[in-house]
Every structure is written in structure tokens, then in C-alpha cells.
Design a binder for this molecule. Sequence first.
Ligand SMILES: [Zn+2]
Length: 172
Amino acid sequence: MKHNCCNHIGRRTVLSGAVFVAGGIALLPGTAFAGHAEALVLTCIDYRLVDDAVHFFDSHHLTNEYDQVSLAGASLAAVSPKFPSSNAALWDHVDIAKKLHAIKKVIVVDHRDCGAYKVAYGEKFVGERAGETAQHKEVMAEFKKTLAKKHPDLGVEFYLMDLDGKAEAVTV
Ligand SMILES: [Zn+2]
């Protein structure tokens, strides 16, 4: 474990009188800043790829250098009207990661055969790689647009992971 942990949020915000609203943290005071992390990473919740995601970030020299949010569908969770509470949770956490750890970018790792994508779009692209890739690209483009509006100072990278843990970079 690195030097920063979530306990700092509670302790520091109590000391500095943070304002909370129902459903989440509304404002984090400037004094909540607690060091630097390179990125906030967004992954799906899928149990099949939890270890692969850790290996992936390790291989990108990000060991203990990232904050992490896992929400079903990853990119989809951030922008799909099918998952409004996930939308809110993701963007809240981008705010928090910026304020606490001064992240420089968001790294989004989608994966193939994603159950959340099937919920949103049906099973049309099961086993059909090109169509599946195009569908993820479309959602990632929406993510990029939304991030640029909300946080023009943050970079973004997109990846699509196979079920064997290999991930390809996706340009949108
Ligand atoms: Zn998934």
C-alpha cells in the first residue's frame, strides 16, 4: 500500500468542515489534497478480469499509482442513460481523484463479452469482434466528449480487453 488512503478523506474533511449532501460527497475542501496519483482507472466489475486488470496496470508501470473505480460496463457506465447512478458515481469519483490525488488522466478499460453492454444493446455482437469493437468505440467517443466538457485538463486512454487478459489500445 502507498502513503495515501481513503481514511484521509474522513479525517481531513471533518477537520476542515466539508459540506456533504444526501447521496455523496458534494464538496471536498482544498485541504483534502493527499498526494499524487497518475491516473484514475475505470474497469468493469467482471470477476473474470480482476487479476488481468491488475497485471495490465502493473505492465503500464502504474503499480500503486492509480485510483480505481469499477462499474459494470466501464465506459458504458459513465455515459449510458441505462445506468444513471453509475454515471453519477463515476463523475463524482473523477472529481474526488482530482482533488485528492491530482490525477492527470483517466484510463478506461472495457472488455469483450461484457454483460452490461448486452443489457444496453442486446446480444447482437456476441462473437463478432469488429462490430463489438465499433460499439465500444462509439461509447468511448461519447465518454471522451463528456470528459472534455467536464475536465478539459485531463487526458484519457481507452483499451479493450479480451477474456484472456490481452488488451488493445482504442483510439477514438
Ligand atoms: Zn463487463
